[in-house]
Design a protein around this ligand. Structure first.
Ligand SMILES: [Zn+2]
Length: 307
C-alpha cells in the first residue's frame, strides 16, 4: 500500500475531482508548507476516497465534506481532515502548557492504556464512554483520599485498527497481548483497538504505581493483563516544554494509519514514519462515526487535580 503520492499522481486525482483537491491544498498551503506529513496524509486520503469501489458514494461524500472545510468559518470537524486535526493539536498544546505549568521531565509521565478489542465501532465507543466515567471517578477518589497528591491528566482516546496480517507478523509477546485484549485469531475481519493516551503530572514514584493500578483495574476489573498499560517517563534529551508539545500532538494525531507498535516509540513520537492508511471502508466508517458522536471532543479525556 502506498505511503506517498507524488505531484503527477496527485494531478491525476485532482483532474478526476474537477480541481477541488488542488484548491484545498492551495487554501491550506501555509500549513502544508510547514508540515509535509499533513500534506501527504491529505493526498493519501484523497487517493483512498476517490478509488474506493466498495462504497464509492459514502467515500465521495466524506471527501466532499473535507474539501468544503473552511477551518475558521465552517470547519468540517472530521478527524481525517488535516486542517481540523492540526487545529485540534494546536489547542491541545495550549491546554497542556496551561495544565502542566509546573511539570518537569522527572515528575511527568505519558500514559498509553489499551482497552478490549472489538469488531464493532459502537462497542469500542461504549467502552470509551464507560472508561471515561469510571476512570475519572477512580482518579478523583484517589485524589480526595490523598489530598496532598494533586495531579492533572489530559489526553485523548483513539481507535486503532488491527488486521489479521498484522497479527500474523507480530511477536509472540504481542500475539499474546492481542489475544488477552480479545483479538479473535480465527476471524478475517479487522478489529478495533480503542486506547487512551494521556499526560499525567506531577507524580512521584509511589503515586506512579498507584495510578497505574487504578487505570488497570478501571479497564479490566477482573483480570490483570501484562503490558496493556504503560506509564512512561518523558524523554530526557528534550526539555519539558518540547516534550509537552510533542506528546500533545501525538495524542491528537487521530490515527488513520496502521501502526507497528501501539506505544509511542522511544525514537520520538512526532517523527514516526508514515504508515499505510486504513482501508477506505474503515476510514469512512470511523470518520463518520466519530463525527456523529461529537467529533474531537468525544475523544477528549481530562481530570484536574485539587487546586
Ligand atoms: Zn476540516
Amino acid at each position: 500500500m502506498r505511503t506517498y503520492i507524488n505531484d503527477s499522481d496527485f494531478a491525476y486525482l485532482n483532474s478526476e475531482m474537477s480541481g477541488l483537491l488542488a484548491y484545498y491544498e492551495t487554501r491550506n498551503s501555509e500549513l502544508f508548507k510547514s508540515d509535509s506529513s499533513s500534506k501527504m496524509a491529505f493526498r493519501i486520503l484523497c487517493e483512498r476516497l476517490t478509488t474506493d469501489t466498495t462504497n464509492p458514494e459514502q467515500s465521495r461524500r466524506l471527501l466532499h465534506e473535507v474539501l468544503d472545510c473552511i477551518p475558521n468559518r465552517t470547519p468540517c470537524n472530521h478527524i481525517c481532515c488535516p486542517v481540523c486535526r492540526t487545529k485540534r493539536q494546536q489547542a491541545a498544546v495550549k491546554r497542556t502548557k496551561l495544565l502542566f505549568q509546573n511539570a518537569t521531565n522527572e515528575n511527568s509521565f505519558f500514559l498509553t492504556a489499551l482497552m478490549p478489542m472489538t469488531p464493532y465501532l459502537s462497542e469500542a465507543n461504549s467502552s470509551i464512554i464507560r472508561l471515561r466515567k469510571s476512570l475519572r471517578h477512580n482518579l478523583r477518589t484517589y485524589q480526595k483520599e490523598n489530598a496532598n497528591h494533586s495531579f492533572n491528566v489530559y489526553g485523548a482516546f483513539e481507535y486503532d485498527l488491527k488486521t489479521r496480517s498484522e497479527y500474523r507478523v507480530s511477536s509472540d509477546r504481542a500475539k499474546q497481548l492481542f489475544q488477552e485484549l480479545g483479538y479473535d485469531a480465527n476471524t478475517s475481519e479487522p478489529m478495533w483497538l480503542p486506547h487512551l493516551h494521556a499526560i499525567v503530572s506531577p507524580l512521584d514514584d509511589s503515586q506512579r504505581k498507584h495510578i497505574k493500578d487504578i487505570i488497570q483495574s478501571s479497564i479490566f476489573p477482573d483480570k490483570h493483563i501484562k503490558y496493556s498499560i504503560e506509564l512512561k517517563s518523558f524523554r530526557s534529551d528534550k526539555d519539558v516544554s518540547e516534550n509537552l508539545s510533542e506528546l500533545s500532538k501525538y495524542m491528537w494525531k487521530v490515527r488513520l494509519q496502521h501502526s507497528d507498535n501501539i506505544f509511542a516509540t522511544k525514537e520520538g513520537t512526532s517523527k514516526a514514519k508514515y504508515k499505510s492508511m486504513f482501508p477506505s471502508e474503515a476510514v469512512t466508517s470511523l470518520s463518520s462515526y466519530v463525527k456523529s458522536k461529537g467529533s474531537f471532543k468525544s475523544l477528549k479525556f481530562e481530570v484536574k487535580g485539587n487546586q
